[in-house]
Design a binder for this molecule. Structure first.
Ligand SMILES: [Zn+2]
Ligand SMILES: [Zn+2]
Length: 169
């Protein structure tokens, strides 16, 4: 059953995050456990603010500081990966498997590519061609999502169809 696989994957992800916190010497408080569960269940690439805002609904006792420092520890120990857009907030990738992120420059949506593209295969090719052995892989494709492309196209068409405000001579 697909749901069973998904929930066992979530469970494994959750256990791994808790393990990392424990190794870092942090106490597994109910707040930190709630943060790990939330991260294990999401397939979004949340910012600290997204996580805080969402968790505060069910766990009003969680402080911003706890959220930020827990994310920081997880990131420093490699359990989650930072993705940043220059001046925008930092987002976190919680998927530990080698995969490809599709990052939209316009709406800042980040999704995991689920199609047929094997990142491990990329590592094997690089090893074969250069002798460089990949320890971890994160591939980011940066561009514009289908929705943003459609919106952009509509904007351009609208501009093109508008009569110019200046009168022709
Ligand atoms: Zn977009
Ligand atoms: Zn991802």
């Amino acid at each position: 059953m697909e749901t069973d696989v998904e929930s066992s994957m979530t469970q494994a992800k959750n256990d791994r995050l808790l393990q990392v916190l424990k190794q870092a010497g942090l106490r597994l408080t109910p707040q930190r456990r709630a943060i790990c569960t939330w991260l294990a269940m999401t397939d979004r690439h949340p910012s600290a603010y997204d996580l805080y805002e969402d968790l505060a609904l069910t766990h009003p006792e969680i402080s911003r500081a706890t959220v930020y420092n827990t994310l920081n520890v997880l990131q420093e120990l490699g359990a989650i990966v930072e993705i940043s857009f220059g001046s925008d907030q930092i987002h976190y990738d919680t998927n530990p498997e080698p995969h490809v992120n599709l990052i939209c420059l316009r709406c800042h949506t980040i999704i995991d590519f689920r199609g047929q593209l094997d990142v491990n295969l990329l590592g094997e090719r690089v090893l074969h061609e250069t002798g460089f052995q990949t320890a971890a892989a994160k591939v980011d494709l940066v561009g514009f999502c289908a929705e943003c492309r459609a919106q952009r196209l509509a904007e351009i068409r609208k501009l093109a169809s508008q009569p110019t405000s200046r009168q022709p001579d």
